[in-house]
Ligand binder design. Structure first.
Ligand code: COA
Ligand code: AMP
Length: 635
C-alpha cells in the first residue's frame, strides 16, 4: 500500500493536540481530559491533564468487557523449566486482581512505590499490572543487577513493598535471587516493610520472619482488588536507567500519555491487529519489556509471548523459530545482539528452515545500533521485512523508525528510517542550530516531547533539566549523535556520553569507573566501551596502580573484574582490566577515552591537540596489542 507516513507525520507536528486527542479515543477513560497538553509549566509538559483512567483496566478488564475474555493474553514459554502456560484475558484479569488485593492488603495505597525484582515468569507481568490496578507505582529492577544496584534503587524509590522470586534461571544455571535481595535490603538505608516472595521449585528461598511473605499464601488470603481511577498525569512506573554516574536516573512514566502512545504504536508502527501474537525477546527489567512484553500488546488486545530463555543455548539457535511455529507469532521484536548470536550459531539458517514460520510477517530490531550485515543476513534468511528502530528508556517508545502500520517506506541499511509521528527530530551542531543533511550532530527533540515520554526524573526535576534540557535550550538532548541524509533518513551512530550498550543492556562506564576506583590498589582508572562482534560493545578497564603497591598486577586485574561483577552485575563484566603506567590526558587533565576507544576499535584518530604527553598513546597501544585488543593502529 502507498505509505501515509508523510501526511501523518506532518499532521502530528502541525496539530499535536488534535492528533493525540484522536488517538486517545481508542482507550477507556473514567474522565476525559481537560487539556490535551498542559504547557503551563515549561519545560515540564503534561499530556491529558485532568483526565482519569486505569492502565490495568485498559490492558485487561476492558477486553473482557468487550467480549474478548477467552482470547489468550499471555503465553509463558520457558524452555529452561520445560513449561508452556496460556492465560486468557479473563484468567489474567482474575490473577492480577487477586495479586492486587494481596498488595493492597500490605497497606499499599495509590502513589506508594513497589519494587519488583523478578525473573521472566508470568508473575512478573502480573506484578506490574497489579500495581497499575491499584495506582501503586512500580519500579522493576533487572534481575541481572547486583545487590548494590538494588540498594541504590531502593533508597531512591523508597518502596514499602518488594515483589520477588526465589530464583531465576540462566540457561542451565539457577541464580538464587533471594540472597541478592536480602543483601540489597541490608545495604540500603531505606527498609521496605515487606517482601512477597514467589517460591520456585528450582531453589527455595529462606524467608525473613515478620518481613517476608509467601506469594501463594498471601494471594490466596486476600480479596481481589478493583481498578482505581488515577490521574492521566500520575506516575505508572519508575524505571532506573544508566546515566553518567553510579547514581541511576529514575525515569518516570505517566499513565495517560503512555497508554495512548503505546496503543498507537501497536497499530501504526508495528502494524499489528487485535488478536495477533507479538513477542518481544527482552526482559521485563528493561523498557522494551515494560512497553512490549506487558503494556503495549495487552493495551491493544494482542497475545504477548513472555519467553524465559535465550536466543541461543535454550536449547539452540532455532528457539525463536520454534516459538513462532508453536504460538503462531506474527511479529518479533528483539535486540540485534540476539540476531548476531543466532547467526553465529546457525550461519546457514538451517534451523530457520526447520520450522513453519508462515505466521511471521515482520522482525523488529532495537536497543543498539544494528550493523548492516546482520540486517542483510536476517532479511535473506527470513524473507520478511526487518525493521530497525531507535528509542530509549526515556522515550518509552519508538522515536525514529519505519512505520509498518502506515505503509512501509523503503529500507536503507544502517538507517533507522524516519522520525516517527509525534517526534520533532533535529540534528544540531555545537552552536545549537540544525546541521546540513549528511553532517553529524547531536540528535535532539524539540519540546514538548510526544506523549508517553518521561515528563521528569523521580524526585529530581533539576537533574532532568541538567541531564537533558540544558545543552540545547528548547530541545531534549538524546545523548545520541548521528545525521539525516538528503532523503530525510535518520542514521544513529553513537552515544555522546558515558553510556554503552552491552548485548542490548544499557550500562554506564562512569558507574564502572566508580567501582574500579574503589579497589584499594587503584590510583586512577578509565573504562571505555570497545566494539565486540557479538555484544556490540563490551567494557574495557585501564588501571593505574597506587605507588608502592605490593599486590601483583594480575591479582589487581582479577580482583577488579570480580568487583565489577559483584557490585554492578554479571552483565557488566569487563573484557579485561589492563594495568598501565599512566592514562592519556589533555593538559587540563581530561582522560582521552575517545582516543583510547579509537585505538582499540582500529579507527583513525587525530592526535588531540591538547594532549599532555603523546607518548602515552603509544604505551596504551602497546598494552592493547599485548592483550590482543588493538584491531589496528591509526597514525
Ligand atoms: N539474571 C541474572 N544474571 C543474568 C541475567 C539475569 N536476568 N541476564 C544475564 N545475566 C548474566 C548471564 O548469565 C551472564 O553471566 P556469566 O557472565 O556468568 O555467564 C552475564 O549476565 C552476561 O549476560 P548476557 O549479556 O546476556 O550475555 P550472554 O553471553 O549470557 O548471552 C546473548 C548473550 C546475546 C544471547 C544475550 O545477551 C541476549 O539474549 N541478549 C538479548 C538482549 C536483550 O534482551 N536486550 C534487552 C533490551 S532489548
Ligand atoms: P535504552 O535506554 O536501554 O533503551 O538504550 C537507549 C540507547 O540505545 C539509545 O540512546 C541508543 O544509544 C541505543 N539504541 C537503541 N536503539 C537503537 C537503534 N535502533 N540504533 C542505534 N542505537 C540504538
Amino acid at each position: 500500500m502507498p505509505s501515509r507516513y508523510d501526511e501523518v507525520y506532518r499532521r502530528s507536528l502541525a496539530d499535536p493536540q488534535g492528533y493525540w486527542a484522536e488517538a486517545a479515543e481508542a482507550l477507556d477513560w473514567d474522565k476525559r481530559w481537560d487539556k490535551v497538553l498542559d504547557d503551563s509549566r515549561p519545560p515540564f509538559y503534561r499530556w491529558f491533564a485532568g483526565g482519569k483512567l486505569n492502565t490495568c483496566y485498559n490492558c485487561l478488564d476492558r477486553h473482557v468487557m468487550n467480549g474478548d475474555g477467552d482470547r489468550v493474553a499471555l503465553i509463558y514459554d520457558s524452555p529452561v523449566t520445560n513449561t508452556i502456560k496460556h492465560f486468557t484475558y479473563a484468567e489474567l484479569t482474575r490473577e492480577v486482581a487477586k495479586l492486587a488485593g494481596a498488595i493492597k492488603a500490605q497497606g499499599i495505597d495509590p502513589g506508594d512505590r513497589v519494587l519488583i525484582y523478578m525473573p521472566m515468569v508470568p508473575e512478573a507481568a502480573m506484578a506490574m499490572l497489579a500495581c497499575a490496578r491499584i495506582g501503586a507505582i512500580h519500579s522493576v529492577v533487572f534481575g541481572g543487577f547486583a545487590p548494590r544496584e538494588l540498594a541504590s534503587r531502593i533508597d531512591d524509590a523508597k518502596p514499602k513493598l518488594v515483589l520477588s522470586a526465589s530464583c531465576g534461571i540462566e540457561v542451565h544455571r539457577v541464580i538464587a535471587y533471594k540472597p541478592l535481595l536480602d543483601e540489597g535490603i541490608a545495604t540500603s538505608t531505606y527498609k521496605p516493610a515487606h517482601c512477597i516472595v514467589l517460591q520456585r521449585p528450582q531453589a527455595k528461598a529462606e524467608m525473613v520472619p515478620g518481613r517476608d511473605l509467601d506469594w501463594q499464601e498471601t494471594v490466596a488470603k486476600a480479596p481481589p482488588a478493583d481498578c482505581v481511577s488515577v490521574a492521566a498525569t500520575d506516575p505508572l512506573y519508575i524505571l532506573y536507567t544508566s546515566g553518567t554516574t553510579g547514581n541511576p536516573k529514575g525515569i518516570v512514566r505517566d499513565n495517560g500519555g503512555h497508554a495512548v502512545a503505546l496503543n498507537w504504536t501497536m497499530k501504526y508502527f508495528y502494524g499489528m491487529e487485535p488478536g495477533q501474537t507479538f513477542m518481544a525477546g527482552s526482559d521485563v527489567g528493561w523498557v522494551v519489556g515494560h512497553s512490549y512484553i506487558v503494556y503495549g500488546p495487552l493495551m491493544y488486545g494482542l497475545t504477548s509471548v513472555l519467553f524465559e530463555g535465550k536466543p541461543v543455548g535454550t536449547p539452540d539457535a532455532g528457539v525463536y523459530w520454534r516459538l513462532v511455529q508453536d504460538h503462531k507469532i506474527n511479529a518479533i521484536f528483539t535486540a540485534p545482539t540476539a540476531f548476531r548470536a543466532i547467526r553465529r550459531d546457525d550461519p546457514d539458517g538451517k534451523l530457520i528452515q526447520k520450522y513453519d514460520r508462515a505466521s511471521l510477517h515482520t522482525l523488529f530490531l532495537a536497543g543498539e545500533r544494528c550493523d548492516p550485515p546482520t540486517i542483510a543476513w536476517a532479511e535473506e534468511k527470513l524473507k520478511i521485512p526487518v525493521i530497525d528502530h531507535w528509542w530509549q528508556t526515556e522515550s518509552g517508545w519508538v522515536m525514529a523508525g519505519n512505520c509498518v502500520g502506515l505503509g512501509r517506506l523503503p529500507v536503507k541499511h544502517g538507517s533507522v528510517t524516519k522520525p516517527v509521528p509525534g517526534w520533532d527530530l533535529h540534528v544540531l551542531g555545537t552552536d545549537g542550530h540544525d546541521v546540513k543533511a549528511g553532517e553529524i550532530g547531536a540528535i535532539a527533540m524539540k519540546l514538548p516531547l510526544a506523549p508517553g515520554s518521561s515528563p521528569t526524573l523521580w524526585n529530581a526535576d533539576q537533574r532532568y533539566i541538567d541531564a537533558y534540557l540544558k545543552e540545547f535550550p528548547g530541545y531534549y538532548a538524546t545523548a545520541d549523535a548521528g545525521y539525516i541524509d538528503e532523503d530525510g533518513y535518520v542514521f544513529v551512530m553513537t552515544r555522546t556520553d558515558d553510556v554503552i550498550n552491552v548485548a542490548g543492556h544499557r550500562l554506564s562506564t562512569g558507574a564502572m569507573e566508580e567501582v574500579v576506583a574503589a579497589h584499594e590498589d587503584v590510583a586512577e582508572c578509565a573504562v571505555i566501551g570497545i566494539a565486540d562482534e557479538l555484544k556490540g560493545q563490551v567494557p574495557l578497564g585501564f588501571i593505574v596502580l597506587k605507588a608502592g603497591t605490593n599486590t601483583p598486577q594480575e591479582t589487581v586485574s582479577k580482583e577488579v573484574l570480580a568487583l565489577v561483577r559483584e557490585r554492578i552485575g554479571a552483565v557488566a563484566s569487563l573484557k579485561a582490566a589492563l594495568v598501565v603506567q599512566r592514562l592519556p590526558k589533555t593538559r587540563s587533565g581530561k582522560i582521552l577515552r575517545g582516543t583510547m576507544r579509537s585505538i582499540a576499535d582500529g579507527q583513525d584518530y587525530k592526535m588531540p591537540a591538547t594532549i599532555d604527553d603523546p607518548v602515552i598513546l603509544d604505551e596504551i597501544t602497546g598494552h592493547l596489542k599485548d592483550a590482543g585488543l588493538a584491531k589496528a593502529v591509526a597514525k
